[in-house]
Design a protein. Structure first.
Length: 119
């Protein structure tokens, strides 16, 4: 059984300038799974840097509100919603609220540096 606490996962600034904590990654555990899971934060008024992944990604919005940009589309997002991001799509998210925008990032197959390009 694996149980992790968010506060025990080191915080770092990702290439897209979001505040990340990596929760699960197959390269860092003996468990057999292919996705990665991270907790992300974008502070009020800030926007992540446009980037793209070679893999698919899902955001699950935990708290806050913002605007999600994928290629030429954009839409408002808020807590309780998911966003599917197709592989090779230009993506970024803007926090339009007054509190931290918090969301989970699920990447399948698991995130790797070589699969991400910051634009």
């Amino acid at each position: 059984m694996l149980i992790k606490d968010l506060k025990d996962c080191p915080e770092f600034i990702a290439g897209d300038k979001t505040i990340l904590r990596e929760l699960l990654h197959p390269d860092k555990t003996d468990l057999d799974f292919r996705y990665s899971l991270a907790h992300a934060v974008v502070k009020p008024g800030l926007t992540s840097i446009p980037h793209q992944l070679k893999t698919s990604e899902v955001y699950y919005i935990l708290k806050g509100e913002g605007i999600m940009y994928i290629d030429d589309e954009n839409a408002k997002v808020s807590s309780g919603q998911i966003v599917y991001i197709p592989p090779n799509s230009k993506q970024y998210i803007k926090n339009t609220g007054e509190t931290d925008l918090k969301f989970l990032c699920i990447v399948d197959p698991a995130w790797r540096v070589k699969d991400e390009e910051v634009l």
